[in-house]
Design a protein around this ligand. Structure first.
Ligand code: AMP
Ligand code: MG
Length: 345
């Protein structure tokens, strides 16, 4: 047996889409675009001041500025630029997040690997997934991917091989979400819904004590905005990774943004999306990327071994599989999709 199921309420209805509640309360929201490569929305039922909003968005902007793999002047970029040359001193939280990312790389057998950056850079143009590299380029950069090679020492990070690159795109949104929530809580705001482009944090409850109702986005390209299933949560992060979120098409082939570090190509694990529930958005973020690479069976096994995590896997044949702790908690809201029954898990 495992896990404390944290704040998930059976038969009420969680992942990447807020479903507006039926109560009388008014939800007020503020949005900022172009942070962490996405749109960030903070919503609360209680009135919060412009200063509170600014403080939260400042926290996120600061993380974005320091931890972006795409910009050339972030702390992370300095570490990458010094690969094979010298260790670079980084701020405590970046040091800790890189350690945590490498821990998740180990837990997931390398399915999640923050050193996949060298390969990712081949697929990106101006920070977007847009280019199909040659097989030879992928082969060459793949040799630079291995989280075990990152050297941590006295607040410095060293990537010992020239050309190694860290990319925290699979975990930084979750980290930023946790930090934004901490900022709100320091200001006395305990009930809020944070939406960081698919990374949700449902903090506290709605004013009447009801949980937040969250929908999992239909995991099909071009169909965003609708939910495939829903559940009720409180004090829980709900994070989705899916091939439909960022992709490009070339010569009739679609390439998405989640790379299998073993091959250097977009993961082909038979999944459309994976949604993870965890009290830590950082963990949920790393796990959702890891599970998307691992696929249904190995992903389920990983989740069952980690305390406090639940997951919803949607396979290419439109079947929804949930971890044991979510039994009875999901309502399917799109009849093209079917909930796997217990016996088929
Ligand atoms: P997510 O949307 O959280 O699943 O993260 C996807 C992002 O993480 C990509 O846009 C890349 O920046 C990065 N990424 C892609 N593949 C991996 C991987 N196997 N391990 C770690 N990060 C990855
Ligand atoms: Mg992730």
């Amino acid at each position: 047996m495992k896990k404390t199921l944290y704040g998930v309420f059976p038969l009420c209805a969680a992942a990447a889409l807020l479903l507006t509640g039926c109560g009388q309360e008014t939800l007020s929201s503020e949005t900022r675009a172009n942070l962490l490569g996405t749109v960030i929305t903070v919503s609360t039922y209680e009135t919060i001041s412009a200063e509170d909003y600014r403080a939260v968005f400042d926290v996120v902007a600061d993380i974005d500025k320091r931890m972006s793999a795409n910009s050339t002047d972030s702390e992370l970029a300095a570490v990458n630029a010094s690969s094979g040359i010298a260790p670079i001193a980084v701020s405590d939280d970046l040091y800790g997040l890189i350690q945590e990312a490498c821990d998740f790389a180990a837990y997931s057998g390398g399915a999640f690997d923050p050193t996949v950056g060298a390969v990712l850079a081949l697929w990106k143009q101006d920070g977007e997934f847009a280019v199909r590299p040659t097989d030879a380029e992928i082969e060459e950069k793949r040799a630079l991917v291995n989280y075990r090679n990152v050297i941590f020492e006295d607040g410095t990070i060293f990537l010992p091989k020239a050309g190694m690159r860290l990319d925290l795109g699979g975990i930084a949104k979750g980290y930023a979400c946790d930090q934004a929530l901490a900022c709100l809580q320091e200001r006395g705001i305990t009930s809020a819904l944070l939406d960081f482009g698919g990374n949700i944090y449902a903090a506290g409850t709605r004013p009447n004590g009801d949980p937040w109702r969250i929908g999992v986005t239909v995991p099909l390209a071009g169909e965003s905005g609708q939910s495939v299933c829903a559940l009720n949560v409180r004090d829980c992060s709900v994070v989705t990774s899916g091939g439909y979120q960022r992709y490009f098409t070339e010569d009739d082939t679609t390439y998405h943004h989640i790379i299998d570090p073993q091959t250097g190509y977009p993961a082909e694990s038979g999944l459309l999306s994976v949604t993870i529930l965890n009290q830590s958005s950082t963990q949920a973020d790393a796990l959702s990327t890891a599970c998307f690479v691992l696929g249904l069976e190995d992903g389920m096994q990983l989740l069952e071994s980690i305390e406090g995590s639940e997951g919803i896997f949607i396979t290419a044949d439109y079947t929804i599989y949930a971890t044991s702790g979510l039994t009875g908690a999901l309502t399917v809201t799109d009849d093209r999709f079917t909930l796997a029954d217990e016996s088929t898990k």
